[in-house]
Write a protein that binds this ligand. Structure first.
Ligand SMILES: Cc1ncc(COP(=O)(O)O)c(C=O)c1O
Length: 456
């Protein structure tokens, strides 16, 4: 472990590793920036004033073209679950690449069938969640989930949360409720956005013991006033990711699920970010709320960076989709499936969920100390390794400290720490590292953040 201490005066030093990055011989950062500007989608954005190009990864660390090591606490946007280039993941992918790369589900292949079985074995016992559909991305999987709910219920209306993010497909841009991810085109047919149960900024705060009930009542109110009283589904992330790590209050989902089911609807858990042990206490985010969804959507961490996603539902729901054929060219691709199988195994073998819990506790303790020290840290929240830190100019007015957030991010990068950013206005730090992060890494991250905050 490096010698630095939280708030200590010793120089900040990233934990040492035996890994030696290769000499990078590709185009320079400047050339890649120029290629991207000239040939790629002009709507994409990149972090940092001085462009950062990452050319290699190992465990929780990434390396730029000069071989500088960074601690990655954003994990490819909450995707690298068990570590960059985990040797067992690489070996599983390599073996499959050398065996057969693609078949589609019109032929039989063992990898996809075994992954389906192994994924279902991770669902809570007695949940009845026993059928899997494979897709390539979370957006596609969510699209399929809402289609299923409409087919199953014969209803059309759907409810999602303000500040929620569910993807960038045509359908998902409607359910998503953050202005940054919308275009001025017709969207969101049949979608109703319920109050965001944000106890830091919403009308019912942390100090309101009845907040879960009050936010849940808004869903009931929407059903009664904005729909025919029958709905197809309710979809929510258990902890909002892109929206800035907003944690749903305990008891909220239980009440909402009842209102939704009373209106004939299905409950969809978008576990794209919260799944695979990230919340620490449970394998799935919904388990922490004591509910069983009708449909679970998974992606990101499942493939540790490989494009793969899935919808898991009950047999009775799946059967309604049999009225039409279902096909997805790459959904169930053997290479992605072999990799996802390796990821599931590693999560168990290396106690990844337990590590997410312990490192999450360590992080929270350190961040709460920093909150006491710096007034512009308005809120610290999260579970396991899904943590948010909201920056404000003033704790009373809660005016978002956007510039300050950017400044801290830049300084952290200089010191070798990469952090994510989110929330409607971009004033929330998102800390969601590979779940193999070590105790020394967390000490380092906290120390770097302390110094960067201190410079504000
Ligand atoms: C909660 C959630 N759902 C769905 C998606 C969409 O996944 P994808 O980008 O793989 O389409 C995301 C992506 O960030 C997400 O965070």
């Amino acid at each position: 472990m490096s010698e630095q201490k939280l708030n200590g005066a010793i120089s900040v030093q990233i934990p040492k590793t035996d890994f030696v990055p290769r000499k990078y011989e590709g185009p320079s950062t400047a050339e890649v920036v120029s290629l991207r500007r000239q040939y790629m989608n002009p709507g994409i954005f990149a972090y940092y004033k001085k462009p950062l190009m990452l050319v290699e990864g190992n465990g929780q660390y990434v390396y730029d073209e000069e071989g500088k090591q960074y601690l990655d606490t954003f994990a490819g946007i909450v995707t690298i679950s068990v570590g960059h280039c985990h040797p067992k993941v690489v070996a599983a992918g390599q073996k499959q690449l050398e065996t057969i790369m693609h078949t589609t589900t019109i032929y039989y292949n063992p990898e996809v069938a075994l992954l389906a079985k192994e994924l279902i074995s991770k669902m809570p016992e007695g949940s009845g969640l026993n059928r899997v559909y494979f897709t390539n991305s979370g957006s596609e999987a969510n699209d399929l989930a809402v289609l299923m709910s409409r087919m199953y219920t014969g209803a059309y209306d759907m409810i999602s949360l303000r500040n929620g993010y569910h993807g960038m497909s045509e359908g998902m841009r409607g359910l998503t409720a953050l202005k940054n991810w919308k275009f001025a085109v017709p969207q969101a047919f049949g979608v109703h956005h319920a109050l965001n149960p944000n106890r830091y900024r919403g009308p019912f705060g942390y100090d309101d013991p009845d907040s879960a009930h009050k936010y849940a009542n808004d869903v009931k109110d929407l059903i009664d006033h904005a729909t025919p009283g029958k709905i197809a589904c309710y979809i929510a992330e258990c902890i909002q990711g892109v929206g800035g790590t907003v944690v749903l209050p305990d008891g909220y989902l239980k009440e909402v699920y009842k209102h939704v089911r009373d209106a004939g609807g299905l409950c969809i858990a978008d576990e794209v970010q919260t799944g695979f042990g990230r919340t620490g206490t449970h394998y799935w985010g919904f388990e922490g709320h004591g509910v069983i969804p009708d449909i679970v959507v998974v992606a990101k961490g499942m493939g540790n960076g490989t494009p793969i996603a899935a919808v898991i539902t009950r047999e009775d729901v799946a059967m309604t989709m049999k009225t039409g054929l279902h096909f997805n060219t790459y959904g169930g691709n053997p290479v992605s499936c072999a990799i996802a199988r390796a990821v599931l195994k590693i999560i168990d073998e290396e106690n990844i969920q337990q590590n997410a819990y312990e490192r999450g506790e360590q992080y929270m303790e350190g961040l709460l100390k920093l909150q006491k020290k710096y007034d512009f840290i308005g809120d610290v929240r999260g579970k396991g390794l899904m943590i948010g830190l909201e920056m404000v100019k003033d704790r009373v007015t809660k005016e978002p400290a956007v510039e300050e957030t950017l400044q801290v991010m830049e300084r952290c990068r200089d010191m070798g720490l990469l952090i994510g950013r989110g929330g409607l206005l971009g004033n929330v730090f998102r800390i969601k590292p590979p779940m193999c992060i070590s105790e020394a890494d967390v000490v380092f991250a906290l120390d770097v953040m302390d110094r960067a905050f201190g410079e504000l």
